[in-house]
Design a protein around this ligand. Structure first.
Ligand code: ATP
Ligand code: MG
Ligand code: MG
Length: 386
């Protein structure tokens, strides 16, 4: 066996890849990035191994496979047919192309979870995508419901709430031409998330955190989740690990859940086959970050369960683009004035409203203390948004 560490080929060059490469750089593990242009991930790894192309382009994926020892993703919207081909040719793909193919289609993902007896909201497929069909589904599932695109969804782009039968036409016209399914509304008191690490022989998990979304975009993460009983916490951990155990291959998975208002029912919302926004906090708050855990898992390097433990509670705030093209810079400047705030900016270039431009994490002895320390920034974010 060669003593050399594997070279990783990464499909996608966004902020998740950028933070993965930060971890890889410390271990002197080379990551070749496939994406177009000077993407955020490429900008922090100065070597000639990056590929300029789309992560859906056959020739580019083949070239990445030829120059890397293991392929992985920082986005699930890749061409899994090409991944299947390169896997057949003997290249390692982690997690497996089957896992990425299933998860990139939310409807297939739901069917897989249901088969494994993992709780999800009731849902129905739209075969024709017509108003009549959605109305009939509304009669069966009840209102409100969430109309969702099966594929290419992120940051709520692909979802449309349907509060009553009157919203059916606008929902269909907004999401027309996309493959659709409808989901019963989850009447949740809180959204929870667990990062799960799948290694060659273990399914491990990070602590249960609370996510707060605004306009369907993750805004805040509280780690650990506030006011969650030890029973719910254990149930969330168990559900997340069971859900990820349905999928083959190695790596980190982000598991999003709803805790319903009854205070005891947990439903899986969706799973991501990669590091996740709700796991950014692990960089400062845990012994090992989700990025290093992903890298180690896909490279078959040791991941100890103990390494996923929290060192200190944390609050994470996403820095989003606003209506004013410079508002994220004002937020960055204000974050620089907060004692002990860890600031991560993604080098994405121009801001657009809702675009994830960076994030800030504050750790303290308690979540409440971290939140109190973050308050000036929360006030600024509210003022910028108004
Ligand atoms: P991302 O991948 O960025 O997390 P997405 O575009 O895949 O987002 P979802 O996770 O499906 O979108 O939904 C975004 C948010 O919308 C959820 O976090 C939740 O706040 C709300 N939401 C989604 N589905 C439902 C539902 N069935 N009932 C109630 N709220 C929902
Ligand atoms: Mg999603
Ligand atoms: Mg989501």
């Amino acid at each position: 066996m060669s003593e050399a560490f594997p070279t990783v080929g990464l499909l996608g060059g966004g902020q998740l890849g950028r933070m993965l490469i930060e971890a890889a750089n410390r271990l002197n593990i080379k990551v070749n990035v496939l994406d177009t242009g000077a993407s955020p991930s490429k900008l922090i790894a100065a070597h000639g191994g990056h590929i300029d192309g789309k992560f859906t382009d056959r020739a580019s994926i083949q070239k990445l496979a030829a120059s890397s020892d293991v392929l992985t993703v920082e986005i699930e919207h890749v061409d899994t047919h090409v991944l299947e081909e390169v896997a057949r040719d003997g290249h390692k793909v982690e997690p497996s192309w089957q896992t990425i193919r299933t998860i990139q289609d939310k409807f297939l993902q739901k069917q897989t979870l249901v088969k494994a007896d993992v709780a999800v909201a009731k849902y129905e497929e739209l075969q024709k995508g017509t108003e009549e069909e959605l109305s009939a589904i509304g009669d069966r599932l009840g209102y409100p419901l969430m109309l969702k695109s099966k594929t290419q969804a992120y940051d709520g782009k692909g979802n449309h709430p349907v509060y009553s039968a009157a919203d059916v036409p606008s929902a269909i016209s907004t999401l027309k031409d996309r493959p659709l399914y409808a989901e019963q509304w989850a009447d949740f008191s809180m959204e929870l998330a667990v990062m799960v690490v799948k290694t060659k022989d273990q399914v491990l998990s990070y602590p249960t955190v609370e996510t707060v979304h605004e306009d369907s975009i993750c805004k805040l993460v509280y780690a650990p989740a506030r006011n969650v009983s030890s029973r719910i916490n254990a149930a969330a951990q168990d559900l997340a690990r069971r859900a990820v155990a349905c999928f083959t291959g190695k790596g980190v998975f982000g598991v999003e859940m709803f805790l319903l208002r009854d205070g005891r029912t947990l439903l899986i919302n969706e799973i991501a086959p990669r590091p996740h926004n709700s796991g950014h906090y692990t960089i400062e708050a845990c012994r090992m970050s989700q990025y290093e855990a992903h890298l180690r898992a896909v490279c078959d390097l040791p991941v100890a369960a103990d390494a996923l433990r929290m060192r200190e509670p944390a609050v994470m705030l996403n820095i989003l683009g606003g209506a004013d093209p410079h508002s994220h810079l004002r937020i960055q400047r204000a974050a620089l004035a907060l004692p002990g705030a860890s600031i991560h900016m993604y080098a994405k270039g121009d801001a657009r409203p809702g675009r994830k431009m960076g994030h800030v994490t504050l750790t303290r002895d308690t979540v409440a203390a971290a939140e109190a320390a973050l308050q000036p920034l929360l006030d600024l974010v509210a003022a910028v948004r108004a």
